[in-house]
Design a protein around this ligand. Structure first.
Ligand code: SGN
Ligand code: CA
Length: 524
């Protein structure tokens, strides 16, 4: 008899397992929150006032942090655009989701978490920059920029791959399309919307109304601006300095090629005039008059870079404000989570650089703020290490959908719910792996581990060397102390932890490199 009952339950088990996600998803149908995920491109946390920046104010990003939480230790596991988005969508490291370099193509046959949201009854949309080389499934509505997209009068591509050119400034248009979608969506379902921003990507083109807003400000040089890269081979050999790599014409718009320029050719006569008056009649003219050389030229470039970059970021922050206003005024606020995050960090002159990629702090770490009414207490600060691959399982968990076991990230929901500040078991180290080489910025492939105090990095593919930083003693990462005999113990303990992470995340390429000895003479 007993045996029969057991058999009966065993027969039913697959049914329970299959339906468990659905059942969990259904439980709180009424209450399941909406999620708006605003994902910017190359927006450095050093320029966000919520992160303590003194450069400019970002009142709207700060507004999310104040009404929710700021995550001060958010790290991206492969700090470039396409791969970061692939990590967001899959919750998996680049070597697992296969999208390791920007020139690659995302394998759309793999599962992305918005598909699971759809199955669980969510309506899903991605509007703006996506940059995956292909269009993944899982979105009911898509209106995306082709590739990197354009700042002025950009083209947008829909799910049917029809292209439409829309007049205006990209960040404003993305907001307009997003609000439109929100207003016309099926309001009987909860939703997940990605607002994919192009700002603040190179070549840092501000909204025409923001041209020159910071021209009277003299931005301070970062402490490491004149870094000599001593003891760091890969850093010595990169191609991303303001001095040598940054281009006067394309990046700083000094005597833009008004005939050949793709940007300029898209303009209406009115837009053309505003752009020309500013960059040609004002900036280029003043540049010519100064006859700058050497350090004066370098400092001028830095100032122009900062002014354009921060003016572009200003338009981004203003548009985040428009989305928040809509959420607040439409009655959505109470049940809508708003997230702002950047796809990775960016150098604002630190080490003399722009761009990203390196496992050093400015690019590894990214801005991430989140408001979750009723769950996260306003003004919460999280210092736990959270990763870009944690977003997928977190959002699934919030939606009541169990994250698939193949996801490598971890749901942050237990942290978010933990207003009583009990200790929630959490990682205190993270694993990073970057691949794209040599183009476009000649940053050698590398992987490594960051703990609360140390960072150990292994470069390979031509720059075979280890680097070790003590982030407590040397937060700017100027002193590679790997070869210092007195660090042998910490090196071997970090290597053991790194190897464990490599094995845990099944990174075969790293495992092979890890096992290949490096010539001692490479550590100078
Ligand atoms: C372009 C930029 C690079 C930038 C990559 C990747 N050059 O190639 O400076 O690193 O995009 O950026 S540009 O001359 O076209 O501006 S990412 O954000 O997509 O990863
Ligand atoms: Ca980016």
């Amino acid at each position: 008899m007993k045996k029969n009952v057991l058999c009966f339950y065993l027969l039913l088990l697959p049914f329970f397992l299959c339906s468990s996600n659905h059942a969990r998803a259904q439980q709180g149908t009424v209450k399941r929150p909406n999620v708006i995920f605003i994902f910017s491109d190359d927006h450095a946390y050093q320029s966000v006032s919520a992160y303590g920046s003194k450069l400019v104010q970002t009142p709207n990003i700060d507004r999310i942090a104040k009404s929710g939480a700021i995550f001060r230790n958010t790290f991206i596991t492969n700090a470039i655009c396409g791969p970061s988005r692939a990590c967001l969508l899959t919750g998996k490291y680049s070597h697992v989701n296969g999208y390791m370099v920007n020139s690659g193509k995302f394998d759309i046959d793999q599962e992305v978490f918005p598909q699971l949201l759809q199955e669980g009854g969510y309506q899903t949309a991605w509007i703006g920059k996506m940059h995956l080389g292909d269009i993944p499934y899982g979105f009911d509505y898509l209106n995306i920029l082709p590739g990197q997209g354009q700042y002025y009068n950009p083209d947008f591509v829909n799910r049917q791959r029809d292209t439409t050119r829309i007049q205006g400034y990209v960040t404003d248009i993305i907001t307009g399309l997003s609000l439109n979608w929100l207003k016309n969506r099926d309001s009987s379902k909860p939703f997940f919307l990605v607002v994919g921003e192009k700002a603040t990507h190179r070549e840092w083109l501000p909204a025409l109304e923001d041209l020159g807003i910071y021209d009277s400000v003299d931005f301070p040089l970062p402490e490491t601006f004149y870094d000599d890269y001593k003891g760091r081979f890969a850093a010595t050999n990169q191609d991303m300095t303001i001095d040598k790599t940054m281009r006067l014409k394309e990046d700083l718009k000094v005597h833009t090629d008004y005939v050949a320029s793709g940007i300029y050719n898209r303009f209406t006569p009115e837009q053309k005039k505003i752009f020309y008056d500013y960059y040609e009649n004002k900036i280029s003219k003043s540049f010519d008059e100064q006859h700058l050389t050497g350090d004066a030229l370098l400092q001028w470039k830095y100032q122009r870079y900062m002014k354009d970059y921060l003016a572009t970021a200003h338009g981004l922050d203003r548009n985040i404000g428009k989305i928040l206003d809509y959420v607040d005024q439409s009655g959505l606020a109470e049940n809508t989570i708003v997230i702002y995050a950047a796809d990775q960090g960016f150098y604002l002159g630190e080490h003399g650089w722009f761009d990203k990629r390196f496992m050093y702090e400015e690019s590894l770490r990214t801005a991430f703020v989140m408001r979750y009414p009723g769950v996260i207490k306003p003004g919460t600060v999280f210092d736990q290490f959270v990763l870009g691959i944690d977003w997928a399982p977190t959002i699934l968990d919030i939606a009541g959908i169990r994250p698939p076991s193949a996801i490598q990230g971890t749901s942050m929901l237990p942290l978010l719910k933990n207003n009583s500040k009990k200790i929630v078991p959490w990682r205190n180290q993270m694993y990073y792996h970057y691949y794209e080489f040599p183009q476009p910025h000649h940053v050698y492939p590398h992987f490594g581990i960051r703990t609360t105090r140390y960072k150990l990095i292994r470069f390979y593919g031509g720059a075979d060397a280890w680097e070790l930083y003590d982030l407590e003693q040397d937060p700017r990462e100027l002193h590679n102390i790997y070869a210092d005999k007195k660090n042998m113990k910490i090196v071997s303990s970090l290597k053991a932890s790194l190897q464990k992470l490599i094995v845990q995340f099944k990174d075969d390429e790293a495992l092979q490199v890890f096992g290949t000895p490096v010539k001692e003479s490479n550590h100078f």
